[in-house]
Design a protein around this ligand. Sequence first.
Ligand code: IPM
Ligand code: MG
Length: 355
Amino acid sequence: MQLRVTSLPGDGIGPEVILQAIRVLEEVAGGFGHDLELDEQEIGGAALTAFGNPLPDATIQACLASQAVLLGAVGGPAFDHHPRELRPEAGLLRLRQALGAYANLRPAVFYPVLRECSPLREEVVKGTDILIVRELLGGLYFGQPRSIEGAAGSRQAINTMRYGEAEIERIARMAFALAQNRRKRLVSVDKSNVLECSRLWRDVVTRVAMTLVLKPAEFDVVLTENMFGDILSDEAGGVVGSLGLLASASIGGPIGLYEPVHGSAPDIAGQGIANPLGAILSIALMLRHTFHLLREAECVEAGVMSVLKGGFRTRDLARGGERTVKTEEMGTQIAEFVRLAAMTDGSSEGISASA
Ligand code: IPM
Ligand code: MG
């Protein structure tokens, strides 16, 4: 099968984790007999620096000409004072729109082997396997009007949360369909009755977050709008041990967009210590949702499991004096697993993941 993928490493730790994810994807393609066509382009701060535009036309064209897009991260302190349209994040938001990727799937799974990483006791977090379904093209992120107006000292800021019926319906359908193939439990996080008052808003966010934190194993699919999905998925990362583990798929349009949830992490960029598992697990989501290559997706996930069982830990996952490995070593281990698993494939029994 032909796999036409555009890779957008972006900013901060983005290039470091994408490098490892691509190595794994190349092993999958080589090992399982697929023809991988990769095109690398700029986005975010990297594109701003090179072209003065966080989403150059060449990048959009390349993405639209491919079947799936793999993105690292966007954002960095150098751009903090740029106007909104000239921030790295604007590039990502425009890309999501251009791809029609309205459904952002963010799985958060607890691995018993990482029990020490969760702030929760094992009996509380055990069994946690949540799929956050975040609406990605509406709400506060895109609503009009939006502005900061007035003279210094008396400025006013406005954002608008806006959703149309059709927008809500399509994401709800998607979430129910996903729940149907899982444990059939869906929790919808609805804020329409609280957004007029930010204190109430915070109350509700906190209450939902508290429920997640107190009984994380009770949730299956969590359906929520754009802003709450952003917050809840960061919290879910904390619950399962590290935000560095979380992968995401943004689907619903003709081309899927796959990215780790962690962001650009400028504080550790360039040190080679970032956790590449979120990016590598995003490859698994790409193989499953865009290419429908289930065996290949399971092989990558089994690789992550196996490497964690083997005791390999990046710094975010290491506890109590555990030896840490660097980003590249983690990638090497998983690429090697995939290479060997693909060689012995024939029957895929040998590579199924088990918690
Ligand atoms: C995410 C990120 C983005 C978002 C930023 C970088 C625009 O935080 O994917 O969760 O808020 O959607
Ligand atoms: Mg976020």
